[in-house]
Design a protein around this ligand. Structure first.
Ligand code: ADP
Length: 688
């Protein structure tokens, strides 16, 4: 992201530069004032030390020398002693240079006010020296006194000199005093003023710095708070773009731009989420639909609503996975399209196939700027014929290939298909394909199951009818057989008796088989009811033993019964007989000649009775244990030995025993024998 910094004249750098420059200028001003004050003080001081003091000293010295000269001349004139002239000469040579020095010292510090006075003094001194003293000193041998008039004039001259000297001295003194006062006034004023100026300058600099700092930090703080609010998800936060230096204002504009983008993204996310929500709704509606046609109707209506298009059209070509389907939805006042003609269907199929193979979708934002390929001509011809302005076409299919296609269209204006929309449409198309194929599969399976149930019912009805039809003549056969064996038709030869025994045995087997079939069909039809009475178990076992003995004898197998009498339970006697007939019948069937079968009653076993039917027969292979009680199942060794049987006996045994609230179990070893144990409760549960 880039932010236009904008006008840098009001930037942070400019403000800091202004602050530094202002502070610098102030300090400069204060510094210069200080330097000037010091300079003035120094100047005055130097006038004092370099000018007035030497001038004053030299001037003082002149007076002393003049006085010395006057004393020396007077001493000489009074005494005639030439020794007085020596100091005169010394002083004489010094006087005028001293006066010149005085003047030069004053000129050196620029004070020329006393020049005329000093010149006058010099002139008077020169007049006295040259006009009066020098002639006296020049003639040492002439000690005659000058005339009184001359002496008087010399005295007047000397007094004038002294008076002028006094004026100069007094002027010098006054000037020196004034300079001293100036210097001390400068000292007493300049330093406090300098301090005050410095403090003021620092104060002004501090105020400027404070203003510059707050001018930067306040908008920055406000900006930080806005960024913090944005970070916490408060997208309504807005920075002030008019406050602070240009960089901060540019930053505020950038933050506002980020905020605007975040708000736009949040709005887009909300829209996308709403869109996805509507798509999920379509998905769940699809799953709740009862038929493929209903699904297709829901999908086109849902797509029309969710995508806010003018037309949603769905075509399923129809094959073994899903039957042919056409569903369409359109906004008022648009009219539904006519079903495509055969040649159009084949073109649509080719287009869908191509899209499906390439995992492709066609999104046309504006038909006016789109050139369709050969494969898409039918659809686009159709689209243009009905005035579509924008289209989204996507194939529907599953792992086995394409099933159909969905076409969403706008009329009147262009439309941009977003990636999210295309993704959602593809997801819904996949969902529809899955739901359609599943529904069709489930429907087909349901149809198949119904057909099988009908077939099963027909079979059960047939078995029941046939069994009944078989039982009636069989009852007649066994009745007549018994009469024949009882001699009701006269005495029969022994051979005929033997034949009748075989017939009887097979008739019994046939009856048992028919009973099994009838019981099974009653179980299947839910018509097997328990006729509960108090049953003497030993008597039931005795009856079975008696009925099965001929077969055992015929098979050469020993059949033993160990059943103490007096053991009664509540049960259906006829069904118990069938249970033990089946178990003993199996034992006879699967035990080779010479074997032994034992039927044993063990009364009072856990509030019930236990009956065990053991044999020394062929046994059951381990791998068949699990399925032994399954209807029509026969163990591998029994089937291999081609022993007759239906595989119904044990299933019926278990069903009857369970209905009595009992249980059946077995253990067996291949080639050694098997034992089937039936436990029956004293009283069956109430449900029985
Ligand atoms: P079926 O005897 O008519 O074949 P069952 O349901 O009575 O049908 O028995 C199922 C299978 O269990 C038999 O085919 C046989 O393989 C095995 N079976 C049952 N009883 C015995 C047994 N006493 N000894 C060996 N195998 C047996």
């Amino acid at each position: 992201m880039t932010a236009n910094i904008g006008d840098t004249r009001d930037g942070v750098a400019t403000r800091l530069r202004r602050l530094v420059t202002g502070t610098f200028l102030l300090l400069m001003l204060v510094g210069i004032s200080g330097v000037v004050a010091i300079e003035v003080a120094t100047n005055q001081n130097s006038k004092l030390t370099n000018g007035y003091t030497p001038a004053s000293n030299a001037h003082q010295q002149t007076l002393t020398l003049m006085l010395d000269s006057e004393t020396a001349v007077r001493g000489y004139l009074l005494t005639g002693n030439q020794s007085f002239l020596a100091p005169y000469r010394t002083a004489r040579s010094q006087i005028l240079p001293d006066l010149d020095q005085t003047k030069a010292a004053l000129d050196g510090v620029g004070l020329r006010r006393l020049d005329s006075l000093i010149d006058a003094e010099r002139s008077l001194a020169t007049q006295w020296l040259s006009g009066y003293a020098d002639p006296i000193a020049a003639n040492p041998n002439d000690s005659s006194l000058p005339s009184p008039a001359r002496q008087n004039a010399a005295k007047v001259l000397f007094d004038r000199y002294r008076s002028t000297n006094g004026q100069v001295s007094s002027q010098l003194e006054q000037t020196r005093a004034r300079l001293r006062a100036d210097v001390s006034r400068l000292h007493s004023l300049a330093i406090p003023l300098l301090v005050i100026a410095t403090v003021l300058a620092l104060l002004v600099a501090a105020v400027l710095a404070y203003r510059a700092a707050t001018g930067i930090s306040r908008p920055l703080r406000a900006l930080r708070s806005v960024v913090g609010r944005l970070d916490r998800g408060d997208l309504s936060a807005h920075a002030n773009e008019q406050d602070g230096p240009s960089e901060v204002r540019a930053l505020a504009r950038a933050v506002n731009a980020v905020g605007r983008r975040a708000r736009a993204e949040a709005a887009a996310d909300r829209d996308a989420e709403q869109f996805r929500q509507r798509s999920r709704l379509i998905s769940s509606t699809l799953r709740r639909s009862a038929s493929g046609a209903q699904m297709a109707e829901h999908l086109v209506r849902g797509l029309g609503d969710a995508f806010e298009v003018d037309r949603a059209w769905l075509y399923i070509f129809g094959d073994e996975r899903v039957p042919q389907l056409l569903a369409q939805w359109q906004r008022e006042p648009l009219r539904p399209l006519a079903a495509p003609l055969d040649y159009q269907v084949s073109e649509l199929r080719a287009l869908s196939q191509r899209l499906w193979d390439n995992a492709h979708t066609i999104g046309i934002d504006d038909h006016r700027t789109y050139e369709p390929t050969e494969a898409g001509r039918t659809l686009f011809g159709l689209a243009q014929a009905v005035g579509s302005s924008a289209s989204l076409v996507l194939p529907i299919g599953d792992s086995a290939g394409v099933l159909g296609l969905i076409w969403l269209a706008m009329t009147g204006h262009s439309r941009h298909w977003t990636l999210t929309e295309i993704g959602v449409a593809q997801f819904l198309a996949a969902d529809l394909a899955h739901s359609l194929t599943q529904t069709h599969l489930i429907q087909s399976q349901a149809d198949a199951v119904r057909l099988l149930q009908e077939l099963d019912q027909a079979k059960a009805d047939f078995i029941s009818t046939v069994s009944h039809e078989l039982r009636t003549p069989l009852t007649s056969i066994t009745g007549y057989l018994e009469m024949l064996r009882d001699g009701d038709a006269g005495r029969l030869p022994r051979r005929a008796h033997e034949m009748l025994t075989v017939i009887d045995r097979n008739a019994t087997r046939l009856r048992n088989l028919i009973e099994d079939l009838l019981t099974q069909s009653r179980i299947d039809a839910g018509r097997l009811r328990l006729e509960l009475t108090s049953v003497d178990v030993a008597a039931v076992l005795g009856a079975v033993h008696e009925a099965m003995l001929p077969q055992a004898n015929a098979d050469g197998v020993q059949l033993e019964l160990v059943a103490p009498s007096g053991c009664k339970i509540e049960a259906d006697q006829q069904q118990l007989e069938q249970v033990f007939t089946n178990l003993v019948g199996n034992a006879c069937k699967f035990t080779p000649a010479g074997g032994r079968i034992t039927v044993e009653l063990l009364p009072e076993q856990e509030d019930g009775v236990l009956i065990e039917v053991s044999d020394t027969g062929m046994g059951i292979p381990d791998e068949d244990f699990d399925r032994l009680f399954t209807r029509f199942f026969r163990a591998g060794n029994a089937a291999a030995a081609a022993l007759p049987g239906t595989g119904l006996g044990l299933a019926i045994v278990r069903e009857i025993v369970h209905r009595h609230g009992g249980s059946v179990d077995f253990h067996s070893r291949l080639g050694v024998g098997s034992t089937f144990s039936v436990w029956l409760p004293q009283h069956p549960p109430p449900a029985a």
